[in-house]
Design a protein around this ligand. Structure first.
Ligand SMILES: CC(C)(COP(=O)(O)OP(=O)(O)OC[C@H]1O[C@@H](n2cnc3c(N)ncnc32)[C@H](O)[C@@H]1OP(=O)(O)O)[C@@H](O)C(=O)NCCC(=O)NCCS
Length: 173
């Protein structure tokens, strides 16, 4: 079941974030509650009573100190920013991530938001995320180093108007 996240989901969302914190940024309950309150989209996939995936998306204008969010805010007037997406390890590569991104794409199309943005790690690399986003039509628009050079991210954008993504079709995911 794909549905909106509620505060009752926060423990499960925090656990998913913690499981992949090396490729995300740390999250605690207060920070999650602030992001949830500002989210343009906060969705979970629940199966048999278990939250197995979530997606949290912001629009421009959010009060958020993430250097990656700020990178986009300085360059794009209107955008969706995928702050984080996590699918439980035992559910990877079964279409959950694509299903969640379909919601972001629908929102962007509906509200005529020209870009969906995100980043993934390239040093150290996150090959699953890189392949996942490339398959959906995301392209690199910049890079930046974080944590004093210990991490490099690829900043990515999907041009919604161009329509060159499988997210608008029914043939994938
Ligand atoms: C990245 C992630 C969200 C993808 O979600 P998913 O539900 O596994 O992806 P889907 O099943 O919708 O899509 C499958 C595609 O994702 C990519 N993918 C998923 N798991 C992969 C893996 N272990 N290795 C390589 N590619 C992988 C592939 O491109 C795959 O399609 P393909 O094999 O036809 O090329 C998921 O792997 C995840 O939660 N990873 C841990 C957290 C994370 O990295 N989040 C993103 C931070 S930027």
């Amino acid at each position: 079941m794909l549905r909106d996240a509620t505060p009752a989901d926060f423990p499960a969302i925090l656990a998913l974030n913690e499981a992949f914190v090396k490729v995300l940024s740390p999250l605690d309950r207060d920070r999650l509650a602030r992001l949830h309150a500002q989210a343009a989209l906060h969705r979970v996939i629940e199966r048999d009573g278990r939250v197995e995936a979530f997606l949290l998306v912001l629009r421009e204008g959010a009060d958020y100190d993430s250097p990656n969010y700020r990178w986009f805010a300085q360059r794009y007037a209107r955008f969706l920013y995928v702050d984080r997406i996590v699918v439980a390890a035992d559910t990877h590569a079964r279409g959950a991530g694509t299903q969640l991104y379909r919601d972001a794409y629908s929102l962007a199309s509906r509200d005529a938001v020209p870009f969906i943005t995100c980043e993934f790690d390239i040093e150290p690399p996150n090959p699953a995320s890189e392949r996942f986003h490339a398959r959906l039509g995301f392209r690199e628009v910049g890079r930046q180093q974080l944590h004093g050079g210990r991490k490099t991210v690829s900043l990515q954008a999907l041009d919604v108007a161009a329509g060159n993504t499988p997210l608008g079709d029914d043939g994938i995911g």
